[in-house]
Design a protein around this ligand. Structure first.
Ligand code: AMP
Length: 425
């Protein structure tokens, strides 16, 4: 096939009608859970001041260093397409005076993010995320509730082989000392590290811990572990989070190498994967606590905790599973027409069904009754309404029971009522 003249930008993709039912299923599940737990929806602009991210996420992180889409405006401002949501939400929280609302403030979001990454299966340059954030609550119960919410959503969507990994990366009291310890350990072994890790040693030593290079694994295994170096407060907090998770029976795995790529985290960090034997792990969601971020971005000292999930990755797994997800706005009946007058009357009739909240499929482009009935069959509707020339003139309509093939004639103005009654049965 010849390449079309225009293609979507590398790493970006269309979400086609056939994929929308998965998006809708995820959206419905997420918004229901959000409503139940008292989270309000927020939307923020897709572009922000680039400095919001360099300051919030950290200049030496992969996201800011390599992956941010930035643009210079005509007025000279440096903006960035949102690579993640937490910094924009904290910006909105401060800017809109949400600190004076009753705390904690619970918010959720849904929308696209942009990262200039190397595109591969499940890794895109524009991808969709949803997430939950809680501002103004220090207690470990919130860390556990966030994990529980994400785990419940993934379970409800019938995603299997879920693994929750959790770690604590300490705070400003204990992390600097641990980082020094780690740097000393790796410095004396630098020649055995991969090139990237040698750079990380200078810039962000914690990131060596989540390096996937074969070469670095033996060194990582013997490195000092943060859990042995947490301060009293962080240790107690982490212990409490784990106790809450034990209490609700949520299975987790401690992963001392889990650090997450962003500078703003303190204390708890977690990720949820789908993991099948002999297959690569797929990271579905990740997050943690960020107690210093609000202050860092200019607000009052306020604790925060939250996480985000990657929607396309979930859709890919849902598609691969044999779980059955219904079509959106699933049609209950089919409208078949023959001739110009029937088509004209049909447009109004569909509107009446829409108002009555009855899903109707049609095929106005097809003229043969046989082809239309075949389409109705394929959709698996229970009834087909047939409006031919004769019926259109007489003001009647045929209701055909697709199971038995039985047909009845009803008055056109009564058809919505008649269908309602049959569907209810
Ligand atoms: P992160 O905060 O980077 O861990 O992102 C949270 C979730 O978003 C991940 O667990 C992935 O499911 C998803 N995600 C992150 N980056 C991408 C990407 N480039 N393409 C698709 N999904 C992504």
């Amino acid at each position: 096939m010849r390449k079309p003249k225009f293609q979507s930008v590398v790493g970006m993709h269309d979400i086609l009608p056939e994929d929308q039912k998965y998006f809708k299923k995820i959206y419905d599940t997420v918004s229901n859970i959000a409503g139940f737990y008292g989270y309000g929806r927020i939307d923020t602009p897709v572009v922000e001041d680039a400095e919001l991210f360099s300051k919030g996420i950290g200049v030496s992180t992969d996201i800011v260093k390599k992956e941010m889409y930035t643009l210079r405006t005509k007025g000279g401002d440096l903006l960035a397409l949102r690579p993640e949501w937490t910094a924009p939400i904290v910006r909105a929280y401060i800017e809109n005076g949400m600190q004076s609302l009753p705390q904690p403030l619970k918010i959720w979001y849904w929308g696209p993010c942009f990262r200039y990454e190397h595109p591969q299966a499940g890794r895109y340059r524009q991808f969709w995320q949803f997430g939950f954030e809680v501002l103004g609550e220090k207690g470990a119960v919130i860390d556990a509730q966030i994990i529980q919410i994400f785990y419940s959503i993934l379970r409800e969507l019938k995603l299997k082989n879920l693994i929750v990994e959790i770690n604590s990366i300490g705070d400003n009291q204990c992390r600097p000392y641990y980082k020094k310890l780690l740097a000393n350990y790796f410095k004396s072994r630098a020649s055995s590290l991969c090139l990237d890790c040698r750079r990380r040693l200078q810039e962000n030593v914690l990131r060596i811990l989540d390096c996937k290079e074969e070469k670095c694994q033996p060194l990582k295994a013997d490195a000092p572990q943060i859990l042995d170096h947490l301060c009293e407060e962080c240790r107690a907090h982490f212990k409490e989070v784990l106790e809450f998770l034990d209490e609700i029976g949520l299975p987790y795995r401690l992963n001392p190498y889990l650090v997450r790529g962003l500078d703003y985290y303190t204390k708890t960090v977690f990720e949820i994967f789908s993991e099948k034997e002999n297959e690569n792990q797929v990271a579905l969601a990740g997050g943690g606590r960020y107690d210093k971020l609000v202050k860092l971005l200019g607000g009052r000292d306020t604790a925060g905790c939250g996480a985000a999930a990657g929607i396309e990755r979930m859709v890919n797994l849902m598609k691969a599973s044999d779980a059955n997800f219904p079509e959106t706005g699933e049609a209950q009946i089919f409208f078949a027409q023959l001739g110009g007058l029937a088509k004209k009357k049909g447009l109004n009739l569909l509107e009446e069904f829409r108002k009555a909240k009855i899903g109707v499929a049609e095929s106005f482009g097809r003229d043969s009754l046989k082809a239309q009935l075949a389409r109705a069959d394929k959709l698996g509707v229970k009834y087909t309404l047939i409006l031919g020339q004769k019926e259109a003139l007489e003001g009647t309509m045929i209701i055909r029971d697709m199971g038995s093939g039985k047909q009845e004639i009803v008055k056109l103005e009564k058809v919505v009522e008649a269908v309602k009654k049959r569907i209810k049965k």
